[in-house]
Design a protein around this ligand. Structure first.
Ligand SMILES: NC(=O)c1ccc[n+]([C@@H]2O[C@H](COP(=O)([O-])OP(=O)(O)OC[C@H]3O[C@@H](n4cnc5c(N)ncnc54)[C@H](O)[C@@H]3O)[C@@H](O)[C@H]2O)c1
Ligand SMILES: O=C[C@H](O)CS(=O)(=O)O
Length: 497
């Protein structure tokens, strides 16, 4: 397979101010647009159409029309398209990463990591396409053969968040196309440009018109069509738990298949027997990645009393070493928050903690623009808002605990169940605690554990289903049971002369 040209295309070459529907680039009805701004500077990065129900109906119709022929391709043909798509993502990684940093704010190194992860998800599902096996089942009857045949569910509606505008889309486009489905995707308006860049890449990868459609604009109107349209078979959503519940309610009337990747409230537990340096490094990585704006960020840091003071001192020192600035500057490790609402949210969590006895060890205030100081708050307690709500910002509350039983009780005391982490050098504790924690993802002595080869998803109100891994394609397939009867040898009297 010929590798795509790596001719130096810049981030501007992937800018599109049109919707990608049925393989064509079209404006919103009436030409309304949404301005996309760089959260580090407030400057304009580009514009995208402010579309709604009418354009979404057109996109669903295009996806519906493309589905039969795309589903009829062989798995190898679909795998070939996905491999070409992954090769294009890799070939244009630097440009795609710069576009991502400009619209979302994360440091370039993290953006490059996200683009690389996007290609990894697509490549993983290119190969999963070739392993969608069925079953034959031993028949309980004479003269019958029983088979189970997986079939693509059909048109998929996908809605994705702003914090990982590329990889969250990859986690949906990959399995959908691998299974033979077609898709209509709506990115978040805060960071929609990376998704439209996917339209450019899909076009160049030779993915047939109408298979992938990207619609930007009015979330409520677009989501309203996707969750109710009779031609949409499945909804896959990544975002807040509250919006996930809204979409589940809307999709119920037409009983659509739903996958939900929702909010988190990750505990990060440090036992007395932990390796202190490892625990500090893990806490910084899991808390401050994307300026604390990831669903799997540590939200509550529980430290056993014997190591507590040494941890707070070492952790605060490491946090103060973080370098805040524009994500485009090499060496920057902490970018801006996505918008003013996010900064106000972080300020509110700090004010609430202070009012309830929390001690700000470092940080605690906004700096300039949409930047918020990386913050450590000691003497945190269950009375504080961030004990029960997702912070989604660079604020690290540290709670003290005495026993393993207490740590497990408080760690599990949440409606969420996405990610959790703990540090210990005791093997027995590692097995006991990883078994007792009610979370979909468990990091033991590691603070960042996401990979395309392992299932990603939550328990409780953190979601439904899994993305990535060998499990991630299952939600895009219907298992059809076929019973072949009348197979006994026909007697002479039955024979048709
Ligand atoms: N579990 C995961 O894999 C995962 C990954 C990333 C983010 N998240 C969660 O997402 C949240 C942050 O992202 P966000 O601010 O973009 O979340 P959000 O729920 O506000 O928005 C997510 C997407 O839903 C759209 N949306 C909002 N209201 C809608 C409606 N009524 N109908 C249809 N679409 C609607 C938005 O435009 C966006 O595209 C956090 O809670 C985070 O934990 C979870
Ligand atoms: O925020 C949500 C993402 O799923 C984080 S990760 O990059 O997949 O770990």
């Amino acid at each position: 397979m010929e590798k795509p040209s790596t001719s130096a295309r810049g981030w501007r070459d992937f800018l599109r101010d049109r919707l990608y529907i049925g393989g064509t680039w079209v404006p919103a009805e009436g030409g309304a647009v949404i301005e996309v701004t760089d959260p580090a500077t407030g400057g304009s990065v580009g514009q995208v159409p402010d579309a709604g129900a009418v354009e979404t109906e057109l996109a669903v119709a295009a996806a519906r029309a493309a589905f039969p022929a795309f589903a009829a391709l062989t798995a190898a043909e679909r795998a070939g398209m996905l491999h070409r798509l992954a090769d294009l993502i890799d070939a244009h990684g630097p440009a795609l990463a710069e576009l991502l940093t400009r619209e979302q704010g994360k440091p370039l190194a993290e953006a490059r990591g996200e683009v690389g992860m996007s290609a990894a998800y697509i490549r993983w599902f290119a190969e999963e396409a070739r392993r969608v096996y069925g079953d034959t089942i031993p028949s309980p009857w004479q003269g019958r053969r029983l088979m189970v045949t997986p079939e693509p569910v059909g048109v998929v509606g996908a809605i994705t968040p702003w914090n990982f505008p590329s990889s969250m889309l990859a986690r949906k486009i990959g399995p959908a196309l691998a299974a033979g489905c077609t898709i209509v995707a709506k990115p978040a308006s805060q960071a929609p440009l990376s998704a439209l860049a996917w339209g450019v890449l899909c076009e160049e990868a030779g993915i047939p018109s109408g298979v992938v459609n990207i619609v930007t604009g009015d979330a409520r109107a677009i989501g309203g069509v996707l969750t109710s349209h009779p031609d949409v078979a499945k909804i896959t959503f990544t975002g807040s738990t509250e919006v996930g519940k809204t979409l589940l309610r809307q999709a119920a009337d037409s009983v659509k298949r739903c996958s939900m990747e929702l909010g988190g409230n990750a505990p990060f537990i440090v036992f007395d027997d932990a390796d202190l340096d490892q625990a500090v490094a893990g806490a910084v990585a899991s808390k401050f990645r994307n300026a604390g704006q990831t669903c799997v960020c540590s939200n509550r840091i529980y430290v056993q009393s014997g190591i507590h003071d040494r941890f707070v001192e070492a952790f605060s020192r490491a946090v103060e070493a973080l370098r805040a600035g524009s994500g485009l500057e090499e060496g920057v490790t902490l970018g801006p928050l996505i918008d003013e609402k996010a900064v106000v949210g972080a300020e509110a969590f700090v004010a609430d903690a202070r009012a309830k006895g929390g001690r700000v060890v470092t940080g605690g205030a906004r700096s300039k623009g949409l930047f918020f100081q990386p913050t450590v708050i000691a003497d945190a307690s269950a009375a504080m808002d961030f004990a029960h709500e997702e912070i989604f910002g660079p604020v690290a509350p540290v709670f003290r605990f005495e026993t393993e039983e207490e740590a497990l009780r408080v760690a599990n005391d949440t409606r969420y169940g996405l990610a959790c982490y703990f540090y210990t050098t005791d093997l027995g504790r590692a097995f006991r605690v990883s078994s007792a924690l009610r979370y979909g993802l468990v990091g033991v002595n590691e603070g960042v554990i996401t990979t395309e080869v392992a299932p990603f998803g939550g328990m409780k109100q953190s979601g439904l289903g899994r993305e990535g891994s060998k499990y991630g394609i299952e939600d895009y397939l219907d298992q059809k049971y076929v019973c072949f009867g009348g197979l006994e040898e026909r007697k002479a009297a039955d024979a048709i002369i």
